[in-house]
Design a protein around this ligand. Structure first.
Ligand SMILES: NC(=O)c1ccc[n+]([C@@H]2O[C@H](COP(=O)([O-])OP(=O)(O)OC[C@H]3O[C@@H](n4cnc5c(N)ncnc54)[C@H](OP(=O)(O)O)[C@@H]3O)[C@@H](O)[C@H]2O)c1
Length: 267
């Protein structure tokens, strides 16, 4: 297939981080790109820079998604919009569960449902879903990870699962489905303000993280691959980030954790 066969792309979560980098990359490949996010000002600046179409839409506005889906024949859909919350199930707020399910999973399902049938009819298209290593692995908080909420892990596992099943649903068509699963990338999502747009923040919080452009390059690799080749899953992590800890609490550690929790309850 390759870039020359694709004309139009829709990138969600395009106002910053991985999404903005993907818009820049796809525009550089000559695609007409519709950039979706809520932040009008950031979208306007990205549009002025790259010539993309700014779509100021909340991914949870189903009517707006319907209008957008019928406004163009999208060859490439990058489901990238996402939010994250920190914390443990013991202190998860109801709003956090709702927001993460709505933005990270429900919106992906709706947009896919609205756009993929057209791709299948035209027998041409590529869906790229940005999941996370959180969707594949469990990890606790330590010196090098933030503790993403269980809702974040669950929604990203959902994105993994829908990517797998989407390939089955599209069996026999030329529509390809790629899941890109990043480790830590220097963006705003984990409250590292301005990291995405500031090249001097390569070592965010003292760590050598991935940059948004690294993930945009991975997406471009999948989208630009020949028609016979569906890059199904790409996991990209920083060189110094690994997943692999097995924890086994001793009796004394269990007692310490219990004391700690009852202390927090009494506070
Ligand atoms: N950074 C990492 O370490 C990392 C690791 C693994 C996976 N990821 C995934 O990568 C994706 C992109 O995140 P990022 O790291 O680039 O963070 P980011 O810079 O915070 O970007 C998130 C994007 O999602 C958009 N968004 C959030 N809620 C939205 C809504 N309701 N409607 C429309 N757009 C919405 C934001 O734009 P507006 O606020 O303007 O709407 C923003 O453009 C996410 O799915 C995230 O889970 C990130």
């Amino acid at each position: 297939m390759g870039f020359s066969d694709y004309r139009t792309a829709l990138v969600t979560g395009a106002s910053s981080g991985i999404g903005a980098a993907t818009v820049r990359r796809l525009r550089a490949e000559g695609l007409e790109v519709h950039a979706l996010a809520r932040d009008v000002r950031r979208l306007a600046s990205l549009s002025a820079e790259t010539g993309c179409h700014a779509c100021a839409v909340d991914v949870n506005d189903l009517d707006a998604l319907k209008r957008l889906a019928s406004s163009a024949e999208f060859d490439v859909l990058v489901n990238n919009a996402g939010q994250s919350r920190r914390g443990n199930i013991l202190d998860t707020a109801p709003d956090d569960v709702d927001t993460l399910v709505d933005v990270n999973l429900q919106a992906v399902l709706h947009l896919t449902r609205l756009i993929v049938p057209g791709m299948a009819r035209r027998n041409r298209g590529h869906v790229v879903n940005v999941s996370s290593i959180a969707g594949h692995y469990a990890f606790g908080e330590n010196a090098t990870t933030f503790n993403s909420s269980v809702a974040y892990h669950a929604t990203k596992a959902g994105v993994h699962s829908l990517s797998q099943q989407l390939r089955v649903d599209l069996y026999g068509t030329c529509v390809r489905v790629t899941e890109v699963s990043p480790g830590r990338v220097a963006t705003n999502i984990f409250q590292n303000q301005n990291a995405a747009d500031n090249p001097d923040t390569r070592f965010v919080g003292g760590f050598e993280t991935l940059q948004s452009g690294d993930i945009a390059d991975a997406i471009a690799f999948a989208v630009g691959s020949p028609a016979r080749m569906n890059v199904a899953t790409i996991e990209v992590v920083p060189t110094f980030q690994v997943v692999g800890e097995l924890r086994f609490a001793s009796r004394s550690e269990v007692a310490r954790l219990k004391d700690m929790r009852s202390g927090a309850d009494n506070a």
